[in-house]
Every structure is written in C-alpha cells, then in structure tokens.
Design a protein around this ligand. Structure first.
Ligand code: ADP
Ligand code: MG
Length: 606
C-alpha cells in the first residue's frame, strides 16, 4: 500500500490553527490591540466597520517593523517576543506564541503598513488567505496599521456562524475594555461605522475606569493597594451599597493582562461576606502584579486563563487586602441600601443577638376616602389582562392542572386547594403565606412576580406589545458606551415589552415610559438593571435572545423583597402565578413555593 500521510500546506495548517485563536471579529481586535501594546504604542486608534465583518483596522504609533520583519510576522510561530522555551516563564508581553497574525492572514484579507523610526520608507504588504498579493515600499508614519477585511471570506461556514451585528460588536467592546483598562496610559479611540464610541485620553486607572464605565464609578470605588512578597494587589473595589443583584463589572488583571479567574472571584466575594445584599455582586478592578516566573499564562491560546504557582496564598492575599480596604474606607452598611438589602446585612458579628427593629404594618394602598378598599379591583399587578377573575379561581386551577407539564407542578396543583376564604399574610415582606388544604403554602414574592412577568413579557414578543406607563417627566440619562451597545441590541424587544425609550444625543437615552406591570419605582434604575441582567444572561448560551430579554425584564421589574403588599395584591399575585405555565420555578430556575404540610406541623407538636 502507498504511504498516505502528507504534510498539510501552510495555508491549510494556518486555517486550522486560526480556528483556535480567531473565533470572531473580536478576537482580531484583541490580538491586534495587544500587538500594538507590545510594540510600545502610546496611541492606538481602532476603526470597525459592520461589527468587524467588513473591516477591523488598528493603527498604532509603536515601534513599527522592518521590511523583513513585516513579511515574517505572518509566518506561523514567528515572534520577536521569545526565543527559547525558558522565556515562556518570563513573559512580560501580551503575545508570545506568534500565531495571531498567521491565523488572521489565513482567514481574511489583510493589509499592513508599517515603518520604524530609523527607516526612510515604510513597507506595505497585502496578504489574502495566507497568500502574499503585494509587497512594496510606502510612505507612513512610525508605527503600524493593520487593516483586516472580510473576515472568514474564504470559510463561508465560519462566516455564517457569526452572530448578529449587535452581538459581534458587543464582543468587540468587551475585548477593547479589557485591554484599555489594563493600559490607562495609552490613548485609545474606537470608531464603529463612523461613530466614535470611545475616546480615552491617557490617564490613571481611575480615570480609565470612569472613561469606560461612567463618572458615577468614581465615588463608588475604594482603593485597594497591598504589597506582598508573593503578589501585589492594586486597584479598586466597589462599595457594597453600589453592588447590584447582577454582576456589574468585575476584572482581574495579572501583569496587565486580563484574566478570568472564578477561584479568585470567590476570594473577593468572601471579603464582602456579610455586607452585601443577597445575590449582589460588587464591582471590582484588581490589578495583580507577580513575578512572571510564578504564573503560567500558556495554558490556553487566548491566554485569559492563568495558573498561579501558589494559588491559595494569592486567594488569602486578595481576601485580606479587600477586607482591609473596605474597613479602611469605613465602608459600613449604610441605610440607602434599599429595603430589600437592608434586611440581609448582619451588622453585628454573628453570635451576638440582633436588636429587633420594629416593623410597622402598613398598607400603602389604604385610602380612608375609599370605603370599598378591598373590593376594588386593583390594577397594581396587571393592568390590561387580568387573566383570571379572583372569584373564579377554582376553575382556574382545573385549567392549569390540565395544561401543566412539569411533574412537580402537578403535585402542587393537586395539593392546592385554598381554604374557602383565602387569607394571605406576608412574612418579613418577603414571603407570602397562605393556608391551603394540605397545610400552609409559602411563596417567595419576588420569584413569583418574576415568573408572572417573564411569561407575560415573553408573550408580548409574540402576541402583541405590552402596555407602557407613560412617565410624566421623561427621564434623560447618559449611558456608558458598553451599555449603549447592549441597549441597541435589545431595544426592539424591550419596546414591545412596554419600555418607551428614545435615543438622545451621543450615549444619552430618554425614557418616556416603562412597562405598566413593573414594580420598580425608578424607570432609570430599572433600565440599568435590565441591561446588567441581560449582560449577565449572556454567559448562558442555552436560551435564545427573546428568553434572555424577557428574563432580564422580569428581574428588573419584579417586586422587591421588603415591599409590603395589600391583600388584593397578594391575591392577584397568587392567581396570576397559578395561571403561569410553570408556577413552581422562577425563570432562572429557583423554587417559588413550598408547602409546610399538616403532617409536618403535627410532627412538630407531637
Ligand atoms: P506574537 O504577538 O505572539 O509575537 P503575532 O502573530 O501577534 O505573534 O505577531 C508576530 C510578530 O509581529 C510580533 O512578535 C511582532 O514582532 C510583530 N508585530 C505584530 N504586530 C506589530 C505591531 N503592531 N507593531 C510592531 N510589530 C508588530
Ligand atoms: Mg500577538
């Protein structure tokens, strides 16, 4: 038999390698910006067209390349950054594998112009799908510009796999932010389809953070600064009262390289333990500096995963330095946490008995001039489509039990026979209790409302728009560019769900109305939470865009813990919950209700 093994031509090998390094336009942006940083640039300008499908152009004023280097830079494993395997343990540059340019050139049409300070003329090279088209002298300033056109033009399957323009551009923003945060001294600009998205002057870390995420971050962050023999930790930690229920911005950098590190994230969370509202995640920007010999960045081609030699010590150091900062800046739980979170904070060390705060029983909807208070149909939950008349609730259950698919739900349905006169009461303004035939039903009010809104919002994407509640005085606000990108992505959907928003100048938005069913009293806060929630859902590839938008809307507008509800409101919530197709679980999969059975009660008294 003939020998059948053949070496792949370089162009094919490069294409295969590109699969690992270049997944989408954002990967090109990341690799090229990192090269510019490595070349010592003090200014980097990025021009994107059509979310990078048509053009990614990165121009820097760095070292530039000689004619030969420019040509060589496109070869696989061609790098000026390391020369021997030992160098892998002393890496101070972003790149070192020498595969980015080869990979990009394999799957796009690339043009580079570059010139070193000492050279008279620059070099221009055009290379398409790994094949050099043109190489000639050109006039250019000191530095380099890469123009990457028509990414994946020669791999239609890859091109087809790219997501919507909004999504691809959001990925670009993410990569951009990571490098820009790590290098505040470098001037950056980012332009998309002729619109300038970022213009970041050279500055310090704090200025860079506010330049990217908005001025309000300035007063929300406390400094972190700890030096140890193992690792230095510098940067900023968010004040607990600014933490959101959704992860806001969390960044780890090691030696100026952005990394993902779930293990160290837990160290940060631990430092906040006891002073954060439940489910809230603080913002943080932590710049770690360590001897390159003690870390390994070469465990993944994208280099966002890093191994520390002494991970447990790093964990301890991060924990201690954040605790110290929060203490030093006197970040004690403050009262403007909002009622939901205030309850969660053990202000006293555990073991001490907590003083009991008297909780007045109030009924916000009580109106002494309305003699018929409880018989009036409330519109608090659901203005236009009260799906079920509360007098008719028994028939409702028979409907839902038939249409129900979940087994757990079916169990619930069989058990729920609410006693003749339904009586509801709240515990801690958090759980709704209701005696049912088999015992006592306990419902998590926020999760229940999330479920109701989720199904409603999802419906409004299909069946027809949800009503908006028009704001008497439109609210105008400035969003940060990253949030603006997300807002554009979801704006069509959230308009159908009842948000009336218009784009103002630049990154300003005008909120004219918000979903009528929302129980979030502040439309702007609701919009920001919605955007943050949506960002948060992006890690979950299993659900579609619509589900994610509906879920985020539900979480941003659902009733908070700590909110007192009237009898009518509890009753309506109860009815609407059981009209849902999945009443047992919140849209993010958490248990909504529990029944404390009579047997259990009996057992406790026996
Ligand atoms: P790596 O960054 O891992 O070395 P790349 O394929 O990204 O590999 O780049 C190959 C080489 O091309 C780099 O090592 C560097 O010498 C050169 N190079 C790339 N981009 C630039 C730039 N913007 N300015 C100067 N040199 C560059
Ligand atoms: Mg590189």
């Amino acid at each position: 038999m003939r020998d059948i093994i053949r070496l792949l031509p370089d162009s094919v090998a490069n294409q295969i390698a590109a699969g690992e390094v270049i997944q989408r336009p954002a990967s090109v942006v990341k690799e090229l910006i990192e090269n510019a940083v490595d070349a010592g640039a003090t200014e980097i300008n990025i021009v994107i067209r059509d979310s990078g499908r048509t053009l990614v152009q990165i121009e820097d004023n760095g070292s530039g390349m000689s004619e030969t280097d420019a040509r060589l830079s496109f070869e696989r494993h061609a790098t000026s950054k390391i020369t021997a395997a030992e160098d892998l343990f002393h890496i101070t540059t972003k790149g070192f594998r020498g595969e980015a340019l080869a990979s990009i050139a394999a799957v796009a049409m690339v043009e580079v112009k570059t010139k070193r300070e000492e050279d008279e003329a620059g070099t221009l090279i055009e290379i398409n799908g790994s094949h050099i088209q043109r190489q000639e002298p050109c006039s250019f300033h000191t530095g380099t510009v890469f123009s990457v056109k028509n990414l994946f033009y020669n791999i239609p399957a890859r091109r087809k796999f790219l997501k919507s323009d909004h999504t691809e551009f959001r990925h670009i923003i993410t990569e951009f932010q990571r490098v820009a945060l790590a290098h505040p001294a470098i001037r950056f600009s980012l332009t998309h389809n002729s619109e300038e998205i970022y213009h970041l002057p050279s500055g310090n870390s704090r200025q860079r953070i506010t330049g990217i995420f908005g001025k309000q971050y300035n007063q929300n962050l406390v400094d972190v600064d700890t030096k140890t023999t193992i690792i230095d930790v510098a940067g900023f930690a968010g004040k607990p009262e600014c933490a959101r229920r959704t992860p806001g911005e969390q960044f780890f950098f090691i030696n100026d390289r952005y990394i993902r590190h779930p293990y160290l994230h837990r160290a940060v969370m631990e430092a906040y333990q006891g002073i954060l509202p439940a489910d809230a995640v603080p913002a943080y920007f932590l710049f770690l500096t360590a001897d390159p010999a003690t870390i390994d960045v070469n465990i993944h081609p994208t280099k966002t995963e890093v191994k520390f030699e002494d991970e447990r010590s790093v964990w301890q150091i991060i924990l201690a330095s954040i605790r110290e900062s929060l203490g030093r800046f006197n970040v004690v739980p403050s009262l403007d946490f909002g009622p939901e979170s205030a309850m969660e904070i053990p202000v006293l060390p555990s073991g001490l008995e907590r003083p009991q705060v008297p909780e007045p029983e109030t009924d916000p909807s009580f109106n002494p001039f309305d003699s018929n208070e409880y018989s009036r149909p409330s519109n608090a939950w659901n203005n236009n489509d009260r799906r079920h008349d509360s007098n008719n609730w028994e028939s409702m259950y028979s409907v839902t039990s038939r249409s129900n698919e979940g087994n757990d739900q079916k169990d619930y349905q069989e058990q729920i026979h609410v006693e003749n006169r339904r009586r509801f009461f709240q515990i801690k303004n958090r759980y709704i209790m209701c005696p049912v035939i088999s015992g006592i039903m306990m419902i998590d009010q926020r999760r229940a409302h999330e479920r109701i809104l989720y199904e409603k919002f999802l419906g409004s994407l299909g069946d027809g728009p949800s009503p908006a509640q028009i704001t008497m005085f439109p609210i105008e606000a400035e969003l940060n560019p990253g949030d603006m990108v997300i807002l554009k992505e979801i704006s069509d959907d959230i308009k159908k769900m009842g948000f009336e928003i218009e784009k103002g100048k630049g990154n300003r938005v005008i909120i004219k109305g918000h979903p009528a069913d929302s129980r979030n009293p502040n439309p702007l806060e609701m919009l920001l939470t919605l955007i943050a929630e949506y960002k948060n859902t992006l890690n979950d590839p299993s659900s579609g865009t619509r589900e994610r938008v509906a879920l985020s809307m539900a979480r941003a507008s659902a009733i908070a813990y700590g909110m007192a509800l009237t009898q009518t409101e509890m009753e309506e919530l109860f009815d609407m919950l059981f009209a849902c197709s999945v009443p047992g679980y919140s849209p993010s999969g958490k248990t909504i209700m529990n029944i404390l059975s009579l047997e259990e009660l009996d057992r406790r008294f026996s």
